[in-house]
Ligand binder design. Structure first.
Ligand code: NAD
Length: 344
């Protein structure tokens, strides 16, 4: 057999369902790599509460160094305490590595019955600004202020990312999502930047929709959309909404992209309600790993994984509970591995 190419990848299993779904994904990638002449050198690290217990840091320096060196990470979800505690690990990593674009393709899997067949949407979400800047303070007792930061630089580069993606992949339409009727300055600036960028891409139709109306429009007729271009918070909320079109949070992958590094992670969180029960659907993280394989220029391995995943959905015999099946995380992963080995 030909000499293998080895990719060094930082692995953050995360917590909650993180270790279960990332365990399944690593196993599947190892098998796909073995069949396509690609090897992975995984560099695993804790983050969040787990890391704090062991090292006294929520994001250990060795983890930062590893991502900086490897430039690619696969990440499971990390629990963020609500209304206090430490800052979100996810947001902190996105800031630290300037992962300004959050790319989330929402695409139906074959064979899976949903109320909305054949969905093929892309959400391009700004990943560093907006209310996620984490600038909150108490002005006087009983009054707090959170700063919504929108910049020309941040808005222009996310718009450029969305239009470049559309051009490269033959997408026809971009809707910038906003609330500029109320947030005239901040969302107004975002829209102005999107408009300016759109002028350089005459082949891509450009529209603007207000975010509340967008929620209604999506549920009535998601097929009218192609790419949703959003600020950070609207993108967060619309991602969960759109995941429901294709079967829920267990399915939708994501990529956090910058100019130097990239972190691939599912849209979903740590799902404490089903953690440790062999119930989580690893599809979302697996499809994030497929995005990663394309990113590191291993399309054959990516396609092998995606084809096996789609075969398991087409057969519909070994699915997890969230999508109407009765199988566990491990059995599902085994089915994907078996589909990969079966002659195509
Ligand atoms: P969640 O996404 O964890 O769960 C929402 C619902 O979807 C739950 O009912 C859960 O069981 C289900 N679900 C999610 N992923 C699933 C999967 N793979 N298979 C089957 N069902 C799945 O959202 P939440 O409960 O609001 O958040 C829990 C924690 O996760 C919070 O601490 C939050 O901050 C964190 N979070 C982390 C990330 C991240 O690491 N990037 C993203 C979102 C939320």
């Amino acid at each position: 057999t030909a000499a293998k190419k080895t990719h060094r990848i930082t692995l953050i299993p995360g917590d909650g369902i993180g270790p279960e779904v990332s365990g399944a994904v690593v196993k599947i990638l190892e098998a796909a790599g073995a069949a396509t002449g690609v090897a992975f050198d995984w560099h695993p690290y804790d983050a969040g509460a787990n890391a704090f217990e062991k090292t006294g840091e929520y994001i250990p320096k060795v983890l930062y160094d590893s991502i900086e060196k490897n430039r690619v990470a696969l990440k499971g979800p990390v629990t963020t305490p609500i209304g206090g505690g430490f800052a979100s690990i996810n947001v902190t990593l996105r800031q630290k590595f300037e992962l300004f674009a959050n790319f989330r393709p929402v695409k139906s899997l074959p064979g899976l019955k949903t109320n909305y067949p054949n969905i093929d949407l892309v959400i391009v979400r700004e990943n560093m600004e907006d209310l996620y800047a984490g600038l909150e303070h108490e002005v006087v007792p009983g009054v707090v202020q959170a700063l919504k930061i929108i910049t020309e630089k941040g808005s222009t580069r996310i718009a450029k990312f969305a239009f470049d993606y559309a051009r490269k992949h033959g997408r026809k339409k971009i809707h910038a999502i906003h609330k500029a009727n109320i947030m005239k300055l901040s969302d107004g600036l975002f829209l102005r930047c999107c408009r300016t960028v759109s002028e350089g891409f005459p082949e891509v139709a450009y529209h603007e929709h207000i975010v509340d109306n967008t929620c209604m429009q999506l549920v009535m007729n998601p097929y009218q959309y192609d790419i949703l271009l959003t600020e950070n918070l609207y993108g967060d909320i619309l991602s969960d909404l759109c995941s429901a079109f294709v079967g829920g949070l267990g399915l939708v992958p994501g990529a956090n992209l910058g100019t130097e590094c990239a972190i691939f992670e599912a849209v979903h969180g740590s799902a404490p309600d089903i953690a440790g029960k062999d119930m989580a659907n690893p599809t979302a993280l697996l499809q994030s790993a497929v995005l990663m394989l394309h990113h590191i220029d291993e399309p054959a391995t990516a396609e092998r994984v995606q084809a096996a995943l789609e075969q398991v959905y087409r057969e519909g015999k070994t699915l997890t509970k969230d999508v109407g099946g009765t199988s566990g995380t491990k059995a599902f992963a085994d089915a994907v591995m078996a589909a990969m080995e079966a002659p195509v």
